[in-house]
Design a protein around this ligand. Structure first.
Ligand SMILES: Cc1cc2nc3c(=O)[nH]c(=O)nc-3n(C[C@H](O)[C@H](O)[C@H](O)COP(=O)(O)O)c2cc1C
Length: 167
């Protein structure tokens, strides 16, 4: 199967999880591409917070990403003030070819998000608007300020395995 991992990461936490998702998917013999969202300029704390509250899109330099050749896309971002970093919204809207492509969502945060998170629902909503086929499996990772994992709900490996088994 061909798998894409699409994520935004400001300080490296979400990237770290995206790379583990890649490793676990490859362990299951799937071909994986990673696409990282590149903001035109990295927002500081206040701009990040403000844009997140309003879900105001920030400009990105990525080319349009066509996902039509992928069987599954993992989509991830950090949580800012209880909302998805809106750079993932910008990227989802710049992504074409979803047409029922299966998508599974992961987030990292300081610990504010629990299963049933509204922020996760918002990412799913952006994906649904692009006609993606959203899978039930979701991964929430709580990080500390030093970029160390505090809690994985469920473990990254279970998340990947459960997602693959649900296809
Ligand atoms: C502007 C800003 C707002 C944040 N707001 C929250 C929040 O509301 N809840 C939370 O649990 N973590 C919050 N965090 C922590 C990040 O979600 C967390 O550190 C995340 O893992 C960062 O991912 P990254 O390294 O991929 O950018 C915030 C971080 C920033 C920079």
């Amino acid at each position: 199967m061909k798998i894409g991992i699409l994520f935004y990461s400001k300080s490296g936490n979400t990237k770290q999880i995206g790379e583990r998702i890649k490793k676990q998917s490859e362990k299951k013999n799937h071909a994986v591409d990673i696409v990282e969202v590149n903001p035109e300029s990295e927002p500081g704390f206040f701009k990040a917070s403000f844009s997140a509250i309003r879900q105001k899109q920030l400009p990105i330099t990525n080319d349009t990403f066509d996902v039509s050749s992928y069987d599954l896309i993992f989509v991830g971002c950090p949580i800012w003030v209880g909302k998805p970093a809106p750079l993932i919204k910008s990227m989802i809207q710049k992504t074409t070819g979803f047409d029922n492509t299966k998508a599974s969502v992961f987030i990292t945060c300081g610990g504010g998000e629990k299963p049933g998170s509204n922020a996760v629902d918002l990412i799913k909503y952006y994906l649904q608007n692009q006609q993606a086929n959203i899978l039930d499996e979701t991964l929430i990772v709580h990080m500390n300020r030093k970029g160390k994992i505090r809690k994985e709900i469920p473990s990254v490996e279970d998340f990947v395995n459960n997602t693959l088994e649900s296809l």
